[in-house]
Design a protein around this ligand. Structure first.
Ligand code: COA
Length: 327
């Protein structure tokens, strides 16, 4: 491995303006603000206007990240978009984003669900470290609202739309990515999936009528796996980064459920004030979740120069991932 120091040069985020509160959901499905708040911690989420695609949110976040890195689109030599809600099956959302931001470079999507951003960061870090690329745009972007069954109260209350982006490159004064760790267990694929629309179950009127194009989830099983895999990911990434748990200043977890975050913190003895939370405002934005949380934690001064930060996520696959960063 080269001695090159690789890290985050700039951050960006974009959240749609439209807010959908738990009280709005009370009018749509058989649920209550009280149920959603106590079971998940979510109070509201952002939802795009009809006609807005994932690439639209991604491009807005990407432009801000490039600007904050003091670069121009011409400086970007690779674009990676992590998403489970691509604009379409092909071409990749990354190619559409490339056109929207005016870049000219290799562009591709990755599919690691809610672990997508840390997966993308690990790929970007490796490719910059190898010397093959200089400035890689890693984006986590989702319009999950297009893949949600708005009649299914067990899933529709959980998700939201949004995007975040980071420019990865060589660093000289902090922001170093110290270690990454990626995991997956395909034997648990059925716990959380969108079954139809791909080659296994191509779209037909029957698949549409059966709701097979929407997110399907076994919530309590996912909950248990989430706690187990996030504990594993934090433990492994801190070991690889050679830092003690007590030396971590801020945990930026995937924002799916407050009870999951509480359980992870409790199991690991992490003081909860070190855990960044914004799921009350945005719900679960899948691949956009950790990067938007990092963006806001930096803006709010919860992540500052020399902070040791751990990004940690889990999601469909099942996948899990963590990145340790010295800010
Ligand atoms: N409003 C009111 N009641 C609801 C509801 C809603 N929105 N959604 C489910 N319920 C009901 C269920 O129908 C069930 O009723 P029953 O007991 O009469 O059958 C009851 O609430 C309990 O459901 P259960 O699924 O056991 O609740 P839970 O405490 O496990 O919470 C989740 C459900 C989905 C919030 C929780 O399992 C969870 O967060 N899992 C992880 C999901 C996740 O993180 N997914 C993304 C991974 S990236």
């Amino acid at each position: 491995m080269s001695n090159r120091r690789v890290g985050i040069l700039g951050l960006g985020a974009y959240l749609p303006e439209k807010v959908l509160t738990n009280f709005d959901l009370e009018k749509m499905v058989d649920t209550t603000d009280e149920w959603i708040t106590t079971r998940t911690g979510i109070r509201e989420r952002r939802i795009v206007e009809k006609g807005t695609a994932t690439s639209d949110l991604a491009a807005r976040a990407a432009k801000e990240a490039i600007q904050s890195a003091k670069l121009t689109p011409a400086d970007i030599d690779l674009i990676i978009v992590a998403t489970i809600s691509p604009d379409m099956l092909m071409p990749s959302t990354a190619c559409i984003v490339q056109e929207k931001i005016g870049a000219k470079c290799g562009s591709f999507d990755i599919s690691a669900a809610c672990s997508g951003f840390p997966y993308g960061l690990a790929i970007g870090e490796g490719l910059v470290r190898s010397g093959a690329y200089r400035h890689i745009l890693v984006i986590g972007a989702e319009v999950t609202s297009s893949f949600i069954n708005w009649k299914d109260r067990s899933t529709c209350v959980l998700f939201g739309d949004g995007a975040g982006a980071a420019v990865v490159g060589e660093v000289h004064d902090g922001h170093d990515i110290l270690a990454t760790y990626l995991g997956a267990d395909g034997s648990q694929a059925k716990l959380l999936q969108i079954p139809a629309g791909g080659s296994a179950i191509p779209p037909t009127t029957e698949t549409i009528n059966s709701g097979l194009h929407f997110v399907q989830m076994e919530g309590s099983e996912v909950f248990k796996s989430a706690v187990r895999t996030m504990v594993d990911a934090i433990t492994e990434v801190t070991r690889r980064a050679n830092i003690k748990l007590g030396e971590i200043d801020c945990f930026i977890p995937h924002q799916a459920n407050l009870r999951i975050l509480n359980a992870v913190a409790e199991r690991m003895g992490i003081p909860f004030e070190k855990v960044y939370v914004n799921l009350d405002r945005y719900g679960n934005m899948s691949a956009a979740s950790t990067i938007v949380a990092l963006y806001e934690a930096v803006k709010e001064g919860k992540v500052k120069k020399d902070s040791n930060v751990v990004l940690v996520a889990f999601g469909s696959g099942l996948t899990w991932a963590a990145c340790a960063i010295r800010w």
